[in-house]
Design a protein around this ligand. Structure first.
Ligand code: QAP
Ligand code: CO
Length: 172
């Protein structure tokens, strides 16, 4: 088990489309475990393979409340098969450290994915978990949460993010 390096915006790899996984092998299992470890260490509630530089359709999610047991989900080739409603909740991203903004998403989705045991799962997700699936699946298509902001808010984001990154460099 090892921690992987999380790539940050505006890294080009984050803009590429990830490829479907066709076989679950040991390399994929190691990657999945490393991603989970990296997510928990951050800490975060979701991480997609392209964020650690691997363009494969694999995400890890754990949205369990802090006072409850972990609920780690490994989702291979995840898809949203149905969605309803709209909410706007504050989001962040491990690849966009220090910046948070409200993004419009569906509060209820149906997701389909393969597990690490190659089993097909179709399940309903609500609330934070529903948002997490939408956010992580976006990563597999090269989309970041800041892409959903209005042009004005995106401009403000770029200014703010520059400052956040400068501050990080000064801290070193
Ligand atoms: C995606 O995001 C997500 O800026 C996962 O400094 C977002 O885990 C799922 C994080 C919204 C559900 C709802 C962000 C940690 C973690 C930061 C994350 C930071 C440290 C983000
Ligand atoms: Co993210």
């Amino acid at each position: 088990m090892a921690l992987r390096k999380i790539l940050n915006y505006p890294e080009e790899v984050l803009r590429q489309k990830s490829l479907p996984v066709d076989a679950v092998d040991d390399d994929l299992r190691v990657l999945a475990q490393d991603m989970a470890e990296t997510m928990y260490a951050a800490p975060g509630v979701g991480l997609a393979a392209p964020q650690v530089g691997v363009l494969m359709r694999l995400v890890v999610i754990d949205c369990a409340p802090k006072d409850e047991p972990p609920q780690l989900i490994f989702a291979i080739n995840p898809e949203i098969t149905a969605s309803e409603g709209e909410i706007s909740e504050e989001e962040g991203c491990l690849s966009v450290p220090g910046f948070y903004a409200k993004v419009a998403r569906s509060p209820k989705v149906r997701v389909r994915y393969r597990t690490l045991d190659s089993e097909m799962v179709e399940a309903d997700a609500e609330g934070l978990l529903a948002v997490a699936f939408q956010h992580e699946i976006d990563h597999l298509d090269g989309v970041l949460f800041v892409d959903h902001l209005s042009p004005l808010k995106k401009t403000l984001f770029k200014k703010k993010y520059k400052k956040i990154m400068q501050q990080k460099e000064e801290e070193l």
